[in-house]
Write a protein that binds this ligand. Structure first.
Ligand code: CP
Ligand code: NVA
Length: 300
């Protein structure tokens, strides 16, 4: 059975912090490894990407392997060749798939019909590689992750869901503020809470931000929701992370965003460019964490 990374829960809880520490070590020591020597990973992207694509392509090479990028619009995937068939073809060429797509169920099909590892590079439901990398960004500043309060301000989206899972695995308190109608998925929340996630949900972003060590947000309309942009902008009025909200947080609180960001919508220009903003460290850490994730996936 190949070892997949489809959600953060695929890494056993007792191994999750070790993966973060390994990424930290790779970053500190600039390790060049041969973990993927002789291996080729296929990157299949059905949505746009800058950070995830490039950090995987570079990361694969830094681990001694090869990466081949496939955009769905240029391949038969964009012409509706069934995923079941695509999985059985690609599995004969490659050693692993890194996939960015819409429904999480598509990853399950690829995992079930292929016999090579599948890594989730973002779906509508989850963004586990990003949030593992965010754990590294928090860990390198505040190693005791289980003593932290993290605020999630905005949409109960793929990023929020992966933060909810991370709360269960890393033990921090997660205060989510989202407008009515934009809550995280109840099933995802229930499962994570059963596994120990410490999550509160409020309609009041100032309350969620209060005393938080990290303030996180994301775009109000994710990829695939572009047509809802206007209605979402109305629903999310009052959810901008601005200077007043940062002032409610802990005195040394940091601002986090997975990027790309829309200044003047979910975050003010001033907060985005302030010393409290660690968004480019987050982006850098994608590379180090992708390598630690691939090492975990291929070492099993
Ligand atoms: N944060 C993130 O996943 O960025 P990209 O969409 O550029 O990959
Ligand atoms: N929630 C965003 C994250 C982008 C990295 C999206 O899915 O578009």
């Amino acid at each position: 059975m190949p070892n997949h990374f489809l959600t953060i829960f695929d890494i056993p809880k007792e191994e999750a912090l070790a993966v973060v520490k390994r990424a930290h070590q790779m970053k500190a020591e600039g390790l060049r490894l041969d973990t993927l020597a002789g291996k080729t990973l296929l990157l299949i992207f059905e949505k746009a990407s800058t950070r995830t694509r490039v950090s995987f392509e570079v990361g694969v090479r830094q681990l001694g392997g090869d990466a081949v990028f496939i955009a769905s619009r240029d391949s038969q995937l964009g012409r509706s060749e069934p995923l079941e068939d695509t999985a059985r073809v690609l599995t004969r060429y490659a050693d692993g798939l890194v996939v960015r797509t819409f429904g999480q169920h598509k990853l399950d099909v690829l995992a079930n019909y292929g016999d090579i590892p599948v890594i989730n590079a973002l779906t509508d439901e989850y963004h586990p590689c990003q949030v593992m990398s965010d754990m590294l960004t928090m860990y390198e500043r505040t190693p005791e992750l289980d003593k932290l309060k993290v605020a999630w301000i905005g949409d109960g989206n793929n990023m929020a869901h992966s933060f909810i899972n991370a709360s269960a695995w890393f033990g921090f308190e997660l205060a989510i503020a989202c407008p009515e109608g934009y809550d995280p998925d109840q099933k995802i929340l229930d499962k994570a809470v059963d596994l120990g996630a410490k999550v509160t949900i409020t309609r009041d972003p100032q309350e969620a931000a209060s005393g938080a060590h990290y303030i996180n947000t994301d775009v109000w309309a994710s990829m695939g929701q572009e047509e809802e942009q206007r209605i979402r902008a109305e629903a999310f009025a009052g959810f901008i992370v601005d200077e007043a909200m940062m002032n409610r947080a802990a005195s040394d609180a940091k601002f986090m965003h997975c990027l790309p960001a829309h200044r003047g919508e979910e975050v003010s220009e001033g907060v985005f460019e302030s010393p409290a903003s660690i968004v480019f460290d987050q982006a850098e850490n994608r590379l180090h964490m992708q390598k630690a994730i691939m090492e975990w996936v291929f070492s099993k």
